[in-house]
Design a protein around this ligand. Structure first.
Ligand SMILES: Nc1ncnc2c1ncn2[C@@H]1O[C@H](COP(=O)(O)OP(=O)(O)O)[C@@H](O)[C@H]1O
Ligand SMILES: [Mg+2]
Length: 250
């Protein structure tokens, strides 16, 4: 490996187009362990496409993704989850007809075994780990409620709990505060970030609220038209004219 041998996640030349739209335009990116990277960019800039490629939901037309020393380009979402990249979604992917605890148990059981083999939950799952994860996301007192009955903020936390129970090294969160009122956002992020700190999980999160970016990110990358246009310390990136023009607004 070259100078980026110490990166946890690395992409080189990642490209993907949908018809005429270039959603990923040769993305070179390195993330080191311990970073908390915020991602900003207008709708359609390619943020989710980048996440989908890194987590196996989309295959790039060219380029590579390396994680923790291994080329994972084109591997399935499940294989990538097993390697240690967790993910949460802009629209939380929880099992609305199950309880909060069951959702975390199902997530814990779904990755650890071979395709087509569904062991009894009791043998597959570490109950203490499930409860500890619920505590970490402050969901323990909702454990027996249906996931579908949770308010949006707690649904977001549950989506993260379902990723964290698998003990990822890296967690990628697509708009963890979208759909949550602005007075609830800060509390939600405080809970999320405390959980990630406690588990020593490196993170990437897409976020539109600049106050939240300033408060929680150690690094900021601004996406413009399928590329990382500006990347660096949050305050420096937020002062960049292209970022002000395209992303933040005056
Ligand atoms: N599955 C898809 N099929 C066709 N076009 C897509 C698909 N996913 C994304 N796009 C297009 O790619 C561009 C980038 O989208 P996306 O990555 O979702 O942006 P962002 O997350 O920054 O809002 C947009 O123009 C979007 O319409
Ligand atoms: Mg998106």
């Amino acid at each position: 490996m070259t100078r980026n041998g110490d990166a946890l996640l690395s992409t080189r030349g990642l490209s993907l187009a949908f018809g005429g739209v270039v959603a990923a335009d040769g993305i070179d990116f390195d993330l080191r362990q311990g970073e908390r990277l915020a991602v900003v960019g207008q709708n359609g800039a390619g943020k989710t496409t980048f996440i989908n490629i890194c987590t196996g939901y989309l295959k790039p037309s060219s380029g590579t993704v390396r994680f923790d020393g291994t080329d994972i380009t084109g591997q399935s979402p499940r294989a990538i989850t097993r390697r240690g990249i967790g993910r949460s979604f802009q629209l939380p992917q929880v099992f609305t007809e199950h309880t909060v605890r069951e959702c975390v148990m199902l997530a814990a059981s779904a990755v650890g075994h071979k395709r087509g083999f569904w062991p009894s939950l009791a043998e597959a799952i570490d109950r203490a780990e499930v409860d500890h994860t619920l505590d970490l996301l402050q969901l323990r007192d909702r454990a027996d409620d249906l996931a579908g009955a949770l308010p949006e903020g707690q649904r977001k936390l549950l989506d993260v709990a379902m990723a964290l129970v698998l003990r990822p090294k890296l967690l990628i969160m697509d708009e963890p505060t979208s759909g949550v009122s602005s007075d609830e956002k800060h509390e939600l992020m405080a809970v999320l970030m405390r959980a990630l700190d406690e588990r020593e999980v490196t993170s990437i999160f897409v976020e539109h609220d600049i106050d939240i970016v300033r408060r929680y990110a150690t690094r900021l990358a601004a996406w413009i038209a399928g590329k990382i246009a500006v990347d660096g310390p949050p305050e420096a990136v937020l002062r960049d004219p292209a970022v002000i023009r395209n992303v933040v607004g005056e």
